[in-house]
Design a protein around this ligand. Structure first.
Ligand SMILES: [Fe+2]
Ligand SMILES: [Fe+2]
Length: 246
C-alpha cells in the first residue's frame, strides 16, 4: 500500500476497515485522535508508519476482513441505525452491569475501588447524556439531511444552525470519554489483575476492557465516518450551481 503522508489516522481507519485492529494493537488513537496525520501518530506511538501500513494491507486481505461491512460506503441512515442497534443498545446493558460489578467490589474489598468507581460513574453519566443528545437531536437531523439530498431537494433548516455545531459538541464529549477511558486504564495498570483476583474482580476488568474496545469502534464510526460525511453533505448543499457558498 502506498502511504499517503497527507492522510489522517481517521481517514485511513474509515477507508480500510481492517486498520482499526492494527491501530489498536500499536496503541494508535484512531477515534478521538483521528485527525492527526498517520506519520505523526506512528511517530508518537514509536512505530514506523511504513510497517504499520503494510500491516493494514495484510490485515485487509484476510477472508474475515473482506467480509467486514464497509461503513464508509453505506448510506448514513444504515450507519446510524447500526450505531443505535449495536453500540447504544449494548452500552445501555453494559453500563449498569459494570456499575453492579463495581458495587460488589466495593462491598468485598473496600475503598481501594473508590477511584475506579469515581471515574466510571463520571464516564457512565457522560455517556448516558451523550447518547440522549445524539438520539434526540443529531441523528434525526442527519437522517433528514440525507433524505432531502436523496430526493434531490435542499437540506431543511435546522434549529441549531449548521450541523457542524452539534458535531463539534459530540466530538468534545468523545474527548471527555476518551480521557476517562485513559484514566481507567491507568488506575487498573492496563487491566493487570493480581494472581489471587476473585471471579467478580476478573469479570469487572473483562467488562471494562470490552467497554473500552467497543467505545473505540463506536467513536470511530461517528468521528471518522458519520460526522465528516454529514459535514460534507451540508457543504455540498451550500454550493449549488449559481449560488454563493453559505
Ligand atoms: Fe453514539
Ligand atoms: Fe457519540
Amino acid at each position: 500500500m502506498t502511504l499517503n503522508t497527507e492522510k489522517t489516522v481517521g481517514e485511513i481507519a474509515a477507508e480500510y476497515p481492517a486498520a482499526a485492529r492494527v491501530f489498536e494493537k500499536h496503541h494508535i488513537d484512531y477515534c478521538c485522535g483521528g485527525k492527526h496525520p498517520v506519520v505523526e501518530a506512528c511517530r508518537v506511538a514509536g512505530v514506523r508508519a511504513e510497517d504499520v501500513m503494510t500491516e493494514v494491507e495484510t490485515a485487509g486481505q484476510t477472508a474475515l476482513a473482506q467480509q467486514a461491512p464497509d461503513w464508509n460506503a453505506a448510506p448514513l441512515s444504515e450507519v446510524v441505525q447500526h450505531i443505535l442497534d449495536k453500540h447504544h443498545a449494548w452500552l445501555r446493558e453494559e453500563l449498569p452491569l459494570i456499575g453492579q460489578l463495581l458495587k460488589r467490589m466495593l462491598e468485598l474489598h473496600g475503598v481501594r475501588f473508590l477511584p475506579l468507581q469515581r471515574v466510571f460513574t463520571h464516564l457512565r453519566n457522560e455517556l448516558e447524556s451523550h447518547m440522549r443528545k445524539e438520539e434526540k437531536f443529531l441523528f434525526p437531523s442527519i437522517l433528514r439531511m440525507e433524505q432531502a439530498v436523496a430526493a434531490g431537494g435542499r437540506i431543511p433548516k435546522s434549529p441549531f444552525g449548521s450541523v457542524r455545531h452539534p458535531i463539534l459538541m459530540m466530538e468534545q464529549d468523545h474527548d471527555v470519554v476518551s480521557r476517562d477511558l485513559d484514566e481507567i486504564r491507568d488506575i487498573t495498570y492496563g487491566y493487570d489483575l493480581p494472581e489471587d483476583a476473585c471471579m467478580s474482580f476478573r469479570a469487572l476488568y473483562r467488562e471494562l476492557q470490552a467497554l473500552e474496545a467497543d467505545l473505540h469502534t463506536h467513536m470511530h464510526l461517528e468521528n471518522n465516518i458519520v460526522f465528516p460525511r454529514t459535514a460534507r453533505l451540508e457543504r455540498e448543499d451550500c454550493v449549488l450551481p449559481g449560488e454563493e457558498r453559505c
